[in-house]
Ligand binder design. Structure first.
Ligand SMILES: [Zn+2]
Length: 101
């Protein structure tokens, strides 16, 4: 089972817990608060930024995801261009959904 790092939002205590991915987060061992936030320690920060708001860990809405894509896609294309060459990426679908490009 994976080990997760948590931080208590009540008292700030940081701890680790090992449990299945679908289990509810544990209580804070210090103050027994259930207001603990998972600290992502090994997920790619790119994916983290796409899936959650910075800071509060809430799921992003569809609109926010779309906005995020519009922001990230040109960067990704540029990266792929640098790596594979312009010809390799020119036929990729444009996820930019019609904004400037
Ligand atoms: Zn606590």
């Amino acid at each position: 089972m994976p080990t997760y790092a948590y931080r208590c939002q009540e008292c700030g205590y940081e701890f680790e817990a090992t449990h299945a991915i679908n289990d509810a987060p544990p209580e804070c061992p210090e103050c027994e608060s259930e207001a603990v936030e998972k600290r992502i320690t090994d997920a790619p920060t790119f994916a983290q930024g796409i899936l959650t708001h910075a800071g509060d860990g809430r799921k992003a809405t569809k609109e926010e995801l779309q906005a995020k894509w519009q922001e990230e896609t040109p960067k990704l294309r540029k990266k792929l261009e640098d790596k594979l060459g312009k010809d390799a990426v020119k036929d990729l679908p444009n996820l930019n959904l019609g904004s400037d490009d």
